[in-house]
Design a protein around this ligand. Structure first.
Ligand SMILES: Cc1ncc(C[n+]2csc(CCOP(=O)(O)OP(=O)(O)O)c2C)c(N)n1
Ligand SMILES: [Mg+2]
Length: 376
């Protein structure tokens, strides 16, 4: 797809001043980035794509069990909305989390090993696909309950404000999550306390098989209105726009602009999870094929780079080969890793008893000899 076509498929963008003075950034151009940066963007998105394809393949042959939700088609959002952050900023998200973890700095090996349920996985094989974690990288999970991550995001943003740091917390959610009570509570408290939180809805238009238009009487962008939280829309298939938008917004929040709501407009190219078909009763094959053809974030960047003579086909092929090798190595790392030791069953889980009581330091005493405690 050529640049003109890519421009034509862009959703309309909210720009200019918002209610409380935060501006919706936008209007970034290719020329705002160096060739090296643009190549880095391409490489990262290719890595995400190949990683997910490998996960899909591994799932199909039974190497990965349980739930597995792929992010294919949504790579520009993963990169553009996370890459501008510092390592000590936090990201918390839902279950479609593999590429977001990579974007926040986790290595492909431990993420793949987590999908394989291995001891070297980022959650020591106990979390699986939906619960990737990297505390060191500020990646606070991976959460399977729709909306569960939002109050925790508000809590982390509160901690930053209370401690007087300038950290920012970015909370991702799917479009279905805005109908959860946790959404209302979190946005309201974040607004009242002017917390440094950015709530990002990855609006891929469907919550499993339910179109957003069937569960909301108003467009997504209006959902934050009643909290006084400034709302922005960004075309999350376009890495250039998304990255520069987020870079600006994070700076504003770091400087005290308070919470923000972002509708990142995107589309998932695969089924809801590995057990769901790509298309079916809720969306037609024609719809999916059309979106894949017009809105593939990797193809959009590739075409722009080719047109601007900023990348050759050979360079792209070489990059792709390198990335495929990296993903193969991640899969080998996962394959060769041991399963968790059964003796570790009660460590790093809520049932753990340590010298402070339970894992969450709440002061309760566990019953000696019973790793699960037993008082409640
Ligand atoms: C509280 C709760 N209700 C229902 C589910 C089952 N469920 C899992 S994913 C999902 C749809 C979520 O869709 P969306 O938020 O749009 O995210 P997407 O899958 O599109 O990334 C539902 C209903 C759940 N995990 N948690
Ligand atoms: Mg959705």
């Amino acid at each position: 797809m050529g640049t003109a076509e890519a421009e034509a498929t862009k959703p309309s963008k909210t720009s200019g001043e918002n209610g409380n003075g935060t501006s919706s950034p936008g209007g970034a151009k290719l020329g705002d980035f160096s060739k090296e940066e643009l190549h880095r963007f391409m490489r990262a998105m290719l890595l995400f794509r190949r990683f997910e394809e490998k996960a899909e393949e591994a799932y199909a042959i039974g190497k990965i069990g349980g739930f597995c939700h792929l992010h294919i088609g949504q790579e520009a959002g993963a990169l553009g909305l996370i890459d501008p952050l510092r390592q000590d900023d936090w990201v918390i998200t839902a279950y479609r989390d593999h590429t977001q973890a990579l974007a926040k700095g986790l290595e492909p090996g431990p993420v793949m090993a987590e999908l394989y349920g291995r001891d070297t996985g980022s959650s020591r094989g106990k979390g699986g696909s939906m619960h990737i974690f990297g505390a060191e990288q500020g990646f606070m999970g991976g959460h399977g309950i729709v909306g569960a991550q939002m109050p925790m995001a508000a809590g982390m943003a509160f901690a930053a404000k209370y401690r007087g740091t300038d950290q920012v917390c970015v909370c991702f959610m799917g479009d279905a999550a805005v109908n959860q009570g946790a959404f209302l509570e979190s946005l309201n408290m974040a607004a009242i306390w002017k917390l440094p939180a950015i709530f990002v809805v990855e609006n891929n238009e469907y919550g499993m098989g339910t179109a957003f238009s069937r569960v909301s009487a108003v467009p997504m962008i209006q959902r934050a209105d009643s909290f006084g939280v400034p709302a922005h829309t960004v075309d999350a298939q376009d890495i250039i726009e998304t990255w520069s938008f987020m870079d600006d917004l994070v700076k504003q929040v770091r400087e005290g602009a308070g919470p923000q709501f972002v509708e990142a407009r995107t589309y998932r190219f695969k089924g809801h999870s590995m057990s769901d078909p790509v298309s079916g009763t809720y969306r037609s094959k024609e719809e999916v094929d059309g979106r894949v053809k017009e809105q593939d974030p990797i193809a959009i960047l590739r075409n722009r780079l080719f047109e601007a003579d900023l990348m050759t086909e050979e360079e792209l092929d070489a990059m792709d080969d390198e990335v495929r090798k990296e993903v193969d190595e991640a899969a080998d790392f996962a394959d060769e890793a041991p399963l968790p030791d059964p003796a570790e069953l009660y460590s790093h889980v809520y049932a753990e008893i340590n010298e402070h009581g339970r894992l969450f330091f709440d002061g309760r005493d566990g019953e000696a000899g019973h790793p699960g405690g037993g008082k409640d």
